[in-house]
Ligand binder design. Structure first.
Ligand SMILES: Nc1ncnc2c1ncn2[C@@H]1O[C@H](COP(=O)(O)OP(=O)(O)OP(=O)(O)O)[C@@H](O)[C@H]1O
Ligand SMILES: [Mg+2]
Length: 382
């Protein structure tokens, strides 16, 4: 059993709180992704697990053993660093075999050779073993770098944005390879990325880290359907979720969320108390671009918005719209040519909407429930 447990880990660099009371449990043989913006503390988290960084507070356990004070060599953890470099004057085989030469006790030449071949087979780079790095493509070089981290047998492997230097097409290709690799490796993998698509497609579970704090840990499906807060909702999805500031209003005992052009009535029972507490400070409505419908798809909606910009991407089109001085984005099917400055009927599918409170925490995720009702036009009582 090789699980990884962090318990209340904090790490500060001068005035920067890189990790702030981080508690996590990564299960045996799990593919665990840590997703977060630059500076979130992702690399510091990995360095704390491998032992290159020592937390100011908290404990790190690997396979049930407290390793908080132990040196990196004493932990069975391999790492693929964010900026990887191969030895330019050594062949792929020598690059892969180098970590084994430094192992103590040092495996025999035959053992080293067998292990290098095994890793090369796993990463499908056998035909490249006699080449030098300069004669490899970016993706091939990346595979060798990953192989060099995997060649020594460890219980846990850490990946620090291993694909970030690759172009978009290669990233997609390598993503599929990594998934395949993990199934064959049968190891615990902790994989850091700032790319939500990468995290969603690879992970058994995703941890969103921001400002050194764990925002949420859950499955890719759940994190999209039920984000814990506004920041998590914003992190998952491209273009990001539309956030519309609303006022919490009560008229004749009826609570609603009001905006200059729209009102949401019929709020679900569970939201009434938390929303009433937000009277005066307001709440935020979260509507994903894929839930914004335009033109004919908007049915008989009386809400109309001006088109600001149109980005045709091929399989879909992003349309920027103006809603009362704010830009909202719609992700629409291809086939309709929208033009800047035209006014279009707009509707929201609130069956996937979220309501966030003043502190950003999620008050309500519709998750298929259709009970939120959108009224268009100035709120009738004002
Ligand atoms: N050795 C250090 N000395 C001082 N500050 C540091 C050090 N290492 C990290 N930091 C700071 O701690 C914060 C977290 O850094 P970290 O490298 O863990 O972020 P990250 O999430 O990996 O970011 P990126 O996506 O850019 O790689 C940042 O503000 C960074 O500037
Ligand atoms: Mg980093």
């Amino acid at each position: 059993m090789t699980d990884v447990r962090l318990d209340h880990v904090s790490k500060r660099f001068g005035s920067i709180q890189a990790l702030d009371d981080v508690s996590l449990h990564v299960a045996h043989q799990e593919f665990f992704c840590v997703l977060g913006p630059p500076g979130a503390g992702k690399t510091t988290l990995l360095r704390s697990i491998i032992g290159l960084e020592h937390p100011d507070a908290g404990t790190v356990e690997i396979g049930g053993h407290d390793v908080t004070g132990s040196e990196p060599g004493k932990r069975s953890v391999g790492i693929v660093f964010q900026n990887l470099a191969l030895y330019p004057d050594k062949t792929v085989a020598k690059n892969l075999g180098f970590p084994l030469r430094q192992q103590s006790p040092r495996p025999s030449a035959a053992e080293r050779d067998a292990r290098v071949r095994e890793i090369a087979r796993l990463l499908r780079i056998e035909p490249l073993l006699n080449r030098r790095p300069a004669h490899l493509s970016g993706g091939e070089r990346q595979r060798v770098a990953i192989g060099r981290a995997l060649v020594r047998l460890h219980d846990v492997y850490l990946f620090d944005e291993p694909l970030s230097a690759l172009d978009a097409l290669l990233r997609v290709e390598m993503r599929a390879e990594l998934k395949h690799l993990q199934r064959n490796l049968e190891k615990t993998l902790i994989y850091v990325t700032h790319d939500h698509v990468e995290a969603m497609s690879l992970a058994d579970r995703i941890c969103v880290l921001a400002g050194g704090r764990v925002q949420q840990v859950t499955s890719p499906q759940e994190i999209y359907r039920r984000p814990a807060n506004k920041l998590v909702a914003w992190t998952i999805g491209s273009p990001p979720i539309n956030l519309i500031e609303m006022n919490v209003v009560e008229n004749d005992g009826q609570l609603s969320l009001d905006h200059a052009e729209i009102r949401i009535g019929s709020l679900p029972d569970g939201t009434l108390d938390p929303l009433r507490a937000l009277m005066g400070s307001g709440a935020t409505l979260g509507v994903r671009p894929e839930a914004v419908m335009l033109g004919r798809d908007a049915g008989d909606s009386r809400l109309a918005c001006r088109v600001i910009a149109v980005e045709p991407l091929g399989p879909e089109t992003i349309v920027d719209l103006e809603l009362h001085g704010q830009v909202i984005k719609a992700l629409t099917p291809p086939g309709v040519a929208y033009r800047p400055d035209e006014r279009l009927p707009v509707a929201f599918d609130l069956g996937t909407a979220h309501i966030f409170g003043g502190d950003g925490a999620t008050v309500y995720s519709a998750d298929g429930d259709q009970s939120l009702v959108l009224h268009v036009g100035a709120p009738p009582n004002e």
